[in-house]
Write a protein that binds this ligand. Sequence first.
Ligand SMILES: Cc1ncc(COP(=O)(O)O)c(C=O)c1O
Length: 440
Amino acid sequence: MPALRFLNEALIERIRERFGTPVYVYDQATLEQAAREVMAFPAPCSLVGRYAMKALPNRSVLRIFDAAGLHIDASSGFEAERALAAGIAPDKIQITAQEIPKDLKGLVQRGVLYNACSIHQLRTFGELFPGGELSVRINPGLGSGHNNRTNVGGPSSSFGIWHAKIDEVLAIASEFDLTISGLHTHIGSGGDPEVWKRCAQLTLGIARRLPDLNRLSLGGGFKVARLPDESSADLQDIGRHLAEDLASYVAGRGDAFQLEIEPGSYLVANAGAILAEIMDVVDTHTPASDDAPAEPGHDFLKVDTGMTELLRPSLYGAQHPIHVVPFIRGAAGASLDAAGATGEASTEEVDYVIAGHCCESGDILTPAPGDPEGLAPRRLPRARIGDTLVIEGAGAYAAGMNAKNYNAFPEAAEVLIGLDGEPRLVRERQTLEQALANEI
Ligand SMILES: Cc1ncc(COP(=O)(O)O)c(C=O)c1O
């Protein structure tokens, strides 16, 4: 069996027994290591690492990153409230949102920072807070994501103020006496590090047109290797590449000038996994008959997870490492088959399509790369009903982004493995009553 990142068979068994499946599992040591890497980004001035909390918003994770010195990027007023409820100081939270928070006034009065992402947002802020201070998000004209759906820069993206509108930005700032002290660009998730570097250069060009800046955010989107043949963005290399231009821009801007980077995935993607139970094994092979040759179909594993915990494969054909871990009979009263599980992985391998539990043909955990409508069966040890399926690389955009309560499946529990190696519940499994609580 290929190596698991932070889990092992005994731990998997314990987590299944104590917390059931499906369950998200996070690893504090991996989270803290990623935070250290972000904080070590080479910068010619002070550095703020801002965690894009949408990636994994559980309060335990926010608190780990807060303790590691990271600030927070919130994508809505509700996310900002969520961070405040987790105990994050308001001045460490910045809102970068597609819609204006209903309570923008209250949030800013409490000290939360605002990053205007459109001309309308900038004007609204000006009307609420004449003489106020804020940041602006600019679309620099270039984007990159691991696919088109995660690309948020360039002319096909509505995110941020189009770079050709800087004169309008300056005019609104002067109309409302606003200080634009922050400039922010974020061009996509999991994109090409070379495009990221080019975008950072473009951002410096835009920065030169905004005279009052004391904060420059180059965004997140650093590619993370989830599969063995992928490579992660090298933060040290990216930082070194930009060092000279950044240093010449920052020179003379005073000691208080801050460079920011704003990763989500990089901090959490490989610190999370989903444990699911294999609920059924079916196939669509047709054996040869007297008058027809055999027709191969597919071998399917049906699991008690899917779009309800992990939307990325069905949304954009995202690839995740997947392991079958044999379940030892009797441990948790799971529905095992009659053959008797031994705890040994089968030496026979099968190309499996893994189907999620939703009544939705698109609920597939093994889509073709970048093509949610295609199938890419995964070679795995022959599995039995009751075995555990481990889906790794499921820290980012998993628990925070899913088809919650579809088919009335309750939200899964979340468990954090602490630095002492002990798994602890950080979100209880939702009950059906909780899922239905607001129906009248
Ligand atoms: C404004 C902003 N910042 C940061 C991020 C984090 O991106 P990633 O998780 O790819 O690092 C996102 C995600 O799309 C974003 O919209």
